[in-house]
Write a new protein. Structure first.
Length: 251
């Protein structure tokens, strides 16, 4: 395995420079980019003493697959955390924790979008199984728009067992399932919480479902039977945010 990997996109590279500058080895910009976002990158790179060169856009096209926005960086390999990270996060995070668990989401675009939403909703971490799940790569980082650098991605060997441990720490586990009787909006989501989203198509696995305290569904009024997992994740996490803000106002 190479000692370095390439990431691309303005948001992803900027987030690394802001949060983990020591991971960035080199930056290449497409010739001709002089806009304010690039000036911000240049200032951050200079502060971190990261070398920056300009190359033809066609060279960047050959290096990476995807919309690079004229920015490519060579960085140290992505960090995926182990289960012990969850214990540390919960120990040092006062207040009411919120975690997101993705049961077998394999599309890197969906994982990136879920990381972005998790960051916006204030989730402590995103939990995924080690096997049969998307993991951090350049596509995930690009779609996440910087969230992959600030929201820990925790890969666990046994998701059901991990959920059980979180329950023992006082977190409620709420899973999403189309056949659930209770709607998302009717469930109390204001306490310490793990929101579990199933994989694209088949949903949660049986063992994961059995370790949920509650199952909820999104009420569907149209002709489609389900939503993309990243869209559904956004709806669920921000319903948690809405309920918590309402509870704070009433306190």
């Amino acid at each position: 395995m190479s000692q370095w990997e390439k990431i691309y996109g303005v948001h992803a590279v900027e987030a690394l420079l802001r949060h983990h500058p020591k991971r960035v080895k080199h930056i290449w910009l497409a010739e001709g980019r002089r806009d304010p976002r690039v000036q911000t990158l240049l200032a951050l790179a200079e502060q971190a003493r990261v070398a920056v060169d300009q190359v033809g856009r066609h060279e960047l096209d050959e290096w990476v697959e995807g919309v690079h926005q004229g920015v490519v960086a060579e960085v140290s390999p992505s960090q995926v955390w182990g289960e012990a990270m969850l214990e540390e996060l919960l120990d040092r995070s006062p207040g009411t924790p919120l975690l997101l668990a993705l049961d077998g989401v394999t599309d890197p675009h969906n994982l990136g979008a879920c990381l972005r939403t998790a960051d916006a909703a204030g989730a402590l971490a995103v939990i995924v199984p080690k096997d049969k799940s998307a993991t951090l790569n350049a596509t995930v980082r690009k779609v996440a728009c910087g969230a992959a650098e600030v929201v820990p991605l925790v890969a666990v060997t046994n998701l059901a067992r991990c959920l059980e441990k979180l329950q023992k720490r006082g977190l409620w586990v709420v899973g999403t399932a189309g056949e659930a009787e209770q709607a998302l909006y009717d469930q109390d989501l204001s306490g310490p919480l793990v929101v579990v989203m199933g994989a694209e198509g088949r949903g949660m696995r049986r063992l994961t479902r059995e370790h949920c305290d509650f199952l909820v569904k999104l009420p569907m009024a149209g002709s489609v039977s389900s939503l993309n997992v990243s869209v559904a994740t956004g709806i669920c996490l921000f319903e948690v945010v809405r309920q918590r803000r309402a509870a704070q106002r009433q306190a």
